[in-house]
Ligand binder design. Sequence first.
Ligand SMILES: Cc1cc2nc3c(=O)[nH]c(=O)nc-3n(C[C@H](O)[C@H](O)[C@H](O)COP(=O)(O)OP(=O)(O)OC[C@H]3O[C@@H](n4cnc5c(N)ncnc54)[C@H](O)[C@@H]3O)c2cc1C
Length: 463
Amino acid sequence: MNIDGLRKACKGEVFTADDAPFLEAIHGNLWNRLIPERAPQAVVKAVDEDDVVAAVRFARESGLKVAVRGGGHNWCQPSLRHGGLLIDLSNFTKIISVDVEKRRAVIQPIVSNRDIQRALNPLGLAFPTGHCPQVKASGYLLGGGMAWNPTVWGSGAESVEAIELVTAQGELITASATENTDFFWAARGAGYGFFGIVTKYYLKLHPLPKAMHGSTYYYRLAEAPAIGAWLGTLAPSLSPAIELSLFIVQAPPELSGQAAAEKGWLCMVTATVFEDTPDAAKTALQALEQSPISPLSSSFATPVTFEQLFDASGSFWPEGARSHVEATYSDRSPGELVQSVLELLPKAPSATSVVLFTIFCGPDVPAAQKDMAYSVSAKVYGGPWSMWWKAEDDAANTDWHRQITTRLRPYNTGYYISETNTVERPASVPQAFTPEKWKRLCALRDKHDPDRLFFGYDDGFAD
Ligand SMILES: Cc1cc2nc3c(=O)[nH]c(=O)nc-3n(C[C@H](O)[C@H](O)[C@H](O)COP(=O)(O)OP(=O)(O)OC[C@H]3O[C@@H](n4cnc5c(N)ncnc54)[C@H](O)[C@@H]3O)c2cc1C
């Protein structure tokens, strides 16, 4: 590889293993600190679209494959492959414009969920971002984007109107419903198998709901299957404006005594409603007050802001942890799902781990397929987010995670490309798409990246 040629072609910094900052450049912004031993031959920190074009053309001429780094949040780190050129987009951090009248924003990919919404709050607008504050639009939207207010707003990708991208041939193009439509279809759901580099997203914005309220209920762990069964039965009659989740988490300090027999674990149910008046919000949440089992503690219809929602999510997914994630979608009752793993929950080696099932609400669940690669549609989405802190605990947590996922697998109807360990289980990749969408995605990749410039779903991972 002619590294001087790359340095001449690009304005951004270029590092190889011979440079001291190389490891920091390839590992520094990875969210999951369980970092695999894969490394590119070089990394370029592109500063603008011209740099991305130049880097892609350099890779093509040099016979190098290309990996892309967005925000570094993907749990199984597909941005790290053995060899190739890593094009890092971490300099693409701008919200370029917000048009209040047209309800449209243009952003570079490395803008976080919190920062997108923070810019929109004072304008009375919203975008269906992901749940945790730090995750960037980049790979979140490319994977489809499981958003806040999912049943009303749909996935994040449903609110993408156009993208700008660099193709495998090194051309900067725009793709939308009327232009370069293959790319537009694939970029909304292909996740890390996309055959292009997105440098700009054009977003459709929504009115900010004027009355966002949340209820929280805590139950004993042993009661989680019964609560899950009840919520599964109730969900079709609930307002689609409710986002309903059942968590298995460590008890807050005031309930730790009551959860002591189950090593501090309990069941937490949260219901957040995105409405326009406090009355409508309270009415929508009322049905959750009629639980068949009395909660240990509860709070009803507390007003919340997006800032508070991000803080709450962020507290369950702390920065700096080592993680395994295999979330799946299922049409079975959440009660059955929880029951299948119940006896393993108090044996969790790490108190930081979370088991979460999001139960989609309203009569139109599972949602109809949309005209895009994103395929997730089910009654329930969830699984274990295993998180721990020390390398010495890797084996115990990996083993516990495997036990949980093995128990849940018979209930799965598929995976979400952005939140499952496809590096370890490549067979999960086609299961993240309907068979027709998977076939089309593979055909589009053959058409638009016939030389396989970009690493695909399964190459560059094996030693
Ligand atoms: C704490 C946490 C919370 C999360 N919560 C949610 C959630 O609520 N909803 C949800 O849907 N997901 C969620 N995710 C998953 C997250 O959306 C995905 O992991 C996503 O890939 C992260 O985007 P990224 O840019 O950081 O990805 P990266 O790890 O940087 O990239 C992964 C791969 O995506 C591709 N890629 C990324 N950006 C581009 C681009 N601009 N152009 C071309 N290819 C690109 C590349 O192939 C890259 O290798 C969460 C993840 C974390 C860590």
